[in-house]
Design a protein around this ligand. Structure first.
Ligand code: PMP
Length: 282
């Protein structure tokens, strides 16, 4: 496989990182994960827009201009001859310099991007998953897709050890988002989710769900809900680039609705399917 770096495209084995990489030592960088279905990027432009926004928020410059970056990612896709379902991982860091908290005086950011196969999570999407509640202990700037993922890693690990697929994070009882997803509650055919404040990552799929709700005439309310609301929810689902729209049928010992994916979730899944179809036939 090939890897895109700030210096061009190289073979996977040729790309190594120095010890004093600020991404490693400080988590000083940002990243994106983009879906590919049948070898075609899904909503690439939206992901790149968010990458530049995340970078600007931490005063980091992305090595390529937006148009050039998308051209190079297209080149990377062709060179890897991707035809299956996959994901692109892309990160930009402030570079490699002798260790010091303050920014280096020279502007020499590092970038790498590679594509790896990843099948659709068919079972989870069809039947739903279990989730567990965990305290949201993250910093206040969760709208930045930064490399600092330790709280997310610990939350997801805790979920996995409890046999759950995702950790639902709450701050003082208010559900913010998942450890790597956005969370939505359905009550009386209305969809509720945490507003896109600094406390959550505004997901690319989240934005699409908002659009689908508009198109389907489903009320979409950006209003946070609490952990107590879960017991009264008709449906619950999560969204992310890797998991699309996945029903949540159980949260710890609370069964959501009748324990099966609900009608609103299914209609949104159908809209997602339709929206990502053209990409698949490219
Ligand atoms: N929140 C967090 C914390 C995430 O890591 C992710 C996954 N990137 C999301 C939400 C969902 O975002 P997206 O739909 O852009 O994948």
């Amino acid at each position: 496989p090939h890897v895109l770096t700030e210096r061009g495209i190289f073979r996977y084995e040729q790309v190594t990182y120095p010890m004093e990489e600020r991404g490693l030592q400080f988590g000083d960088g940002v990243y994106e994960v983009v879906r590919l279905y049948s070898g075609a990027y899904v909503w690439l432009q939206e992901h790149l827009d968010r990458l530049y926004r995340s970078a600007a928020a931490i005063r980091l410059s992305v090595p390529f201009a937006p148009e050039e970056l998308s051209e190079r990612l297209e080149q990377l896709r062709r060179m890897n001859d991707v035809r299956e379902d996959a994901i692109l991982y892309l990160q930009v860091t402030r570079g490699s310099f002798p260790r010091s908290h303050t920014f280096p005086t020279e502007n020499r950011p590092n970038l790498y991007a590679y594509i790896q196969p990843m099948a659709r999570k068919t079972d989870e999407i069809a039947h739903g998953v279990h989730a567990t509640l965990t305290k949201d202990v993250r910093w206040e700037y969760c709208y930045i897709k930064s490399l600092n993922l330790l709280p997310n890693v610990l939350a997801k690990q805790e979920a996995a050890e409890r046999g759950a697929f995702e950790a639902i994070l709450h701050r003082d009882g208010i559900v913010t988002e998942g450890s790597s997803s956005n969370i939505f509650l359905v009550k009386d055919e209305t969809v509720y989710t945490h507003p896109a404040t600094e406390r959550i990552l505004n997901g690319i799929v989240r934005t699409r769900v908002k659009q689908f709700c508009g198109e389907l005439g489903i009320p979409f309310i950006e209003e946070a809900f609490s952990v107590h609301d879960l017991a009264r929810a008709d449906e619950l689902f999560l969204t992310s680039t890797t998991s699309a729209i996945t029903p949540i049928v159980q949260v710890d010992d609370i069964t959501i609705g009748d324990g099966r994916p609900g009608a609103v979730t299914k209609s949104l899944q159908a809209a997602y399917q339709k929206a990502t179809q053209p990409a698949a036939s490219n």
